[in-house]
Design a protein around this ligand. Structure first.
Ligand code: UDP
Length: 315
């Protein structure tokens, strides 16, 4: 099958390209590099199953057929990035998603949207189940991301209802692994970078807020299965192993063997207090659940950051 994938040079997008090619599919990869990185796709250069086009999906795109599947992963997914680029974030979730849906419609292709646990906002239902409508501040600093994804979900359902498109919606929870951007401000690269450089680890708030971290290979496996399923409503994909951010900092300290202190910094506005996916639906419909232990996943991630061309200590 031939897939078009937006956000292909991103962290999850590049791993998804690898998986599609490993499964014998061909890929037309799109990215405008607002947050993606060329090095994430370097290893696919020259592969006959892989074509890359630098493109901002907010501009309409004509694609020569055939196209069997459209996978929409383009997004500024880290809080630091979307707070710096709120308008681009809203645009790519709305106009960008619509343009990708149009390609799917024109080619009678399947369509997968990667949405987010942020659709639940600062959730009052715990763990988060797909039928929960969420607690989102529509005008707060995170609203550019949350509302763009909620709109993206809505227009995806509208294309399914009006044009009978075969759509899927994944709600992705916190994911980590090799190819994350070291300086994107997210907690995994931040803590690893700080501990490797011997700097204090910055815990926001008192560190009692919780997150649940899924290794990227597990997540991509879930996306891959979902992309071939007939489930039209959102499916949570994430690892249900929940911990406080303070516990998470301790884990990284233990694995890296560092003794750096913890420095408490102010909690960002609207930072969700708790987050844990309820994944019964993914288990039932996709036969999917995460397999990679946190420790093994973190070790692979740390090794990746240590091997980056620019040594961590010299950045
Ligand atoms: N966080 C932190 N220190 C950092 C970066 C993030 O304590 O240097 C916290 C952040 O406040 C949030 C959690 O870690 O509660 C996860 O943040 P991240 O930016 O990775 O993603 P989010 O889940 O908020 O989208």
């Amino acid at each position: 099958m031939r897939f078009i994938i937006s956000g292909a040079a991103g962290f999850i997008g590049s791993h998804f390209c690898d998986r599609l090619i490993a499964e014998g599919h061909s890929v037309l990869a799109l990215d405008n590099f607002i947050t993606g990185a060329t090095r994430n796709l370097e290893h696919l250069k020259g592969n006959p199953a892989f074509v890359f086009r630098e493109w901002d999906i907010c501009r309409p795109l004509e694609v020569e057929g055939p196209v069997d599947g459209v996978l929409n992963l383009a997004s500024l997914a880290s809080p630091k990035d979307y707070l710096e680029h709120p308008i681009e974030t809203l645009e790519v979730g709305s106009v960008g998603t619509r343009n990708m849906l149009e390609i799917a419609r024109q080619h009678h292709a399947r369509f997968l949207l990667t949405s987010t646990s942020e659709c639940y906002g600062d959730p009052l239902v715990h763990p988060q189940v797909e039928t929960y409508w969420g607690n989102v501040n529509p005008v707060g600093p995170r609203s550019c991301y949350d509302e763009s994804k909620r709109y993206a979900e809505a227009i995806t359902m509208a294309y399914h209802r009006v044009h009978k498109l075969r759509t899927n919606i994944a709600r992705i929870f916190n994911t980590y692994g090799p190819r994350m951007q070291l300086n994107d401000g997210r907690v995994v690269p931040a803590f690893i970078d700080q501990s490797l450089r011997g700097e204090p680890m910055t815990v926001f708030g008192d560190g009692s807020q919780t997150r649940s971290f899924c290794y990227v290979d597990d997540l991509v496996d879930g996306l891959f299965r979902l992309a071939f399923s007939d489930e039209r409503y959102p499916v949570n994909l994430g690892n249900p192993l929940e911990m406080t951010i303070l516990e998470f900092a301790e884990r990284i300290r233990r694995i890296t063997g560092t003794t750096v202190p913890i420095k408490f910094e102010p909690l960002p506005e609207d930072d969700p207090k708790q987050r844990q996916p309820q994944i019964d639906k993914a288990k039932r419909i996709l036969g999917w659940q995460p397999k990679v232990e946190l420790e093994a996943g973190l070790r692979a991630t740390i090794e990746y950051f240590q091997k980056l061309d620019t040594p961590v200590a010299a950045r």
